[in-house]
Ligand binder design. Structure first.
Ligand code: ATR
Length: 274
């Protein structure tokens, strides 16, 4: 029987996950189905219960349910605990097991797809919401020379720096506090571009040869990447690769085989530009 998987979100109609997982399944010769399920804002747990009762084997979770998914799990991976959010559920026996593959997806896209090694680099993370928190531990695992977390409201960035203080020395503050410093990798995890708002970054923070990475993506260049380009960042990337690689990591958890993200990313990129 075909194994069932899905992504829960609200909204979810525009999710690219079904297309990504269909390509992965074909590439890896896996017999599975993957659908998008719109869960009511007050009915996430019930929607998961229905899916499990219908024979579901696993699920991805997107906005706004990642924290609720975290609470629903009986067991969670260390990286889910660090992110305090879950984007991948596996239904094994009577248990719901939670993981978070977002940070792994980001790191894989940066290091493998983009060929940018984070070890020894000065990294700057913009944003201290759920998306930012979810990628901090995987970023630190790459052994950057330093990590600065900058956020519009400094207190949230400082709280995150304290949370991860046992992993590495992490500095934090508002955007203005980055003035006079230079970074080799600047990663945007804010939702500013969703609102069409530009980030108020000091000039001169992009070091020679630096990477600017926006966890968001869209048809054209995102406002953050346009700003980074204007400020002289050498390499620009949006979050489409992260999306594909977090999905590949989820596929690995469910099926025990890691799909090759690169051809799927190339196909997706073509669709996005069309
Ligand atoms: P997500 O799950 O996408 O991280 P979130 O938890 O609501 O969503 O966090 C949104 C992040 O984007 C926060 O870091 C937020 O900054 P504040 O903590 O100061 O609110 C940031 N953000 C949103 N709009 C922004 C803007 N116009 N300029 C700068 N930062 C912005």
């Amino acid at each position: 029987m075909t194994d069932r998987y899905c992504v829960f979100g609200n909204p979810v109609a525009h999710s690219r996950s079904p297309a990504i997982h269909a390509r992965f399944a074909a590439q890896c010769h896996q017999d599975l189905s993957y659908e998008a399920i719109l869960a009511p804002l007050d009915g996430f747990a019930a929607a998961v219960g229905d899916f499990v009762a219908g024979g579901g084997k696993g699920a991805n979770v997107t906005l706004p349910f990642k924290e609720e998914a975290f609470a629903l799990c009986i067991r969670r991976s260390a990286r889910a605990e660090q992110a305090r959010a879950v984007n991948t559920l596996a239904f094994v026996g009577n248990e719901i097991i939670g993981d978070n593959t977002d940070g792994a997806g980001l790191v894989r896209d940066i290091e493998v797809n983009l060929g940018f090694a984070l070890a020894g680099k000065r990294a700057l993370l913009l944003g201290a919401g759920g998306a930012g928190r979810g990628v901090i531990a995987p970023l630190l695992a790459c052994r950057p020379q330093s990590l600065f977390i900058a956020n519009r409201s400094a207190s949230k960035a400082e709280a995150l720096a304290r949370q991860f203080a046992d992993l590495a020395a992490v500095d934090a503050g508002d955007f203005a506090k980055t003035a006079g410093r230079q970074f080799d990798a600047v990663i945007n995890a804010t939702s500013a571009s969703l609102a069409g708002e530009a980030l108020l970054l000091p000039t001169g923070i992009f070091a020679a040869g630096s990477l600017a990475y926006d966890m968001m993506y869209g048809k054209g260049e995102t406002p953050f990447l346009a700003l980074a380009r204007a400020q002289g960042a050498a390499q620009l990337a949006d979050g489409l690769g992260m999306l594909v690689e977090q999905a590949a990591e989820a596929f690995l958890i469910w099926r025990g085989v890691r799909p090759d993200g690169a051809p799927v990313l190339a196909a997706l990129r073509e669709q996005l530009q069309a």
